[in-house]
Design a protein around this ligand. Structure first.
Ligand SMILES: CC(C)(COP(=O)(O)OP(=O)(O)OC[C@H]1O[C@@H](n2cnc3c(N)ncnc32)[C@H](O)[C@@H]1OP(=O)(O)O)[C@@H](O)C(=O)NCCC(=O)NCCS
Length: 320
């Protein structure tokens, strides 16, 4: 194993389109080394791009030696709340300065936005990142769970509560309503920022967006809840046993505890099962006991922990 302890020969620079292939290889090398069951593709890369869609060079950083990317970071904005980065460091370069230089650059990038904190999620298999971040003044502030349900088993049924109806999204017609709904439903959710119409339009325009997997609950002409699932293009091509992702589930506060959340969730699971998906995953904030109860009651199990490490890079007064 090669180990570099000096900054000599390491360049941190902004991402350029030609980096895509080597960066995807780097990410997959990291996942394999860490035993993480994820696979980076051009598609997953783009899905995370969100507000970087317009200018990835502002958000993505590459650490390079001898013209070869050895580490990569992204930066996503949860507007009004926090910046979020994720970091991939090649297994041969984890003991040196590469990670520290890259995270330092993320902090510099983050400070060009109005938010005050930078958060980085760390999985248990990425203990080296926890050590790196703690050494740079980050602190573990929150734990989320990736939960997973086996869709090959029989799923409990849930009826749509009386007085409500469900419908799927109509391309090009729901974007403004969805932005308002999301911002209302998730206004209290930890770590969630304000969703802009541009971000939502970006997500709705992704090639693997499927309007039939975005379902709304309505009553008296008002949309009061939604569930939004994703099946990637690869999984769509060969669904056998693949894992789908439930990105959002939310019900407006005034309409909670009437069975809508459960009915929306069960509809999503039934849709995914009908498409041949073998499992579904979602992320839940650890202290969100209501949502966690709901997920456990339909068969979701804790799959992996995501620990959020945070650094405040600007004081409330805006100094620095
Ligand atoms: C989580 C959420 C979608 C649940 O929606 P809902 O319409 O209230 O859910 P339901 O009425 O179908 O309740 C389903 C189950 O959730 C659990 N639950 C929901 N709210 C609860 C509460 N306030 N206290 C205790 N349990 C609760 C219960 O297990 C309940 O089952 P039960 O009624 O049989 O006991 C809703 O609270 C919400 O939108 N929260 C904000 C957004 C959010 O956190 N989304 C989840 C992100 S991971």
């Amino acid at each position: 194993m090669v180990s570099k302890a000096t900054v000599e020969g390491i360049a941190i620079r902004t991402f350029k389109p030609a980096d895509l292939k080597p960066v995807l290889e780097l990410m997959n090398t990291c996942y394999r080394a860490d035993g993480i069951q994820l696979r980076a593709t051009a598609e997953t890369f783009m899905a995370q791009a969100r507000d970087a869609a317009e200018q990835p060079e502002r958000h993505y950083q590459v650490a390079e030696t001898d013209g070869q990317p050895v580490a990569f970071s992204d930066l996503m904005r949860e507007a009004g709340t926090r910046l979020v980065s994720r970091v991939w460091i090649h297994p041969d370069w984890r003991s040196g300065d590469v990670g520290r230089l890259l995270v330092k650059r993320c902090l510099e990038q983050a400070s060009s936005f109005d938010e005050q904190v930078l958060d980085i999620p760390v999985r248990p298999a990425q203990q080296y990142q926890a050590v790196l971040l703690e050494g740079m003044g980050f602190r573990h502030v929150r734990t989320w769970w990736v939960m997973r349900v086996d869709l090959t088993q029989d799923l409990p049924l849930a009826k749509i509560p009386l007085g409500f109806s469900f419908r799927t999204a109509v391309s090009g017609q729901d974007d403004e309503m969805l932005a308002a709904l999301m911002n209302d439903v998730f206004s209290e959710h930890w770590g969630e920022g304000e969703h802009s119409l541009e971000q939502i339009r970006h997500d709705l325009a992704l090639p693997w967006f499927d309007p039939r997997l975005l379902a709304f609950a309505e009553t008296e002409g008002q949309t009061v809840g939604y569930v939004w699932s994703w099946v990637g293009l690869e999984q769509r091509a060969s669904p056998g046993g693949a894992c789908a992702h439930i990105g959002d589930l939310g019900v407006r506060a005034a309409y909670r505890r009437r069975g809508l959340g459960r009915a929306l969730l069960m509809r999503a699971l039934a849709d995914l099962k009908a498409r041949g998906m073998g499992a579904a995953e979602l992320e839940v904030d650890g202290p969100n006991a209501n949502a966690k109860h709901l997920y456990e009651s339909v068969g979701f199990k804790e799959h992996v922990e995501l620990r959020w490490y945070r650094k405040q890079f600007r004081s409330e007064a805006g100094a620095g």
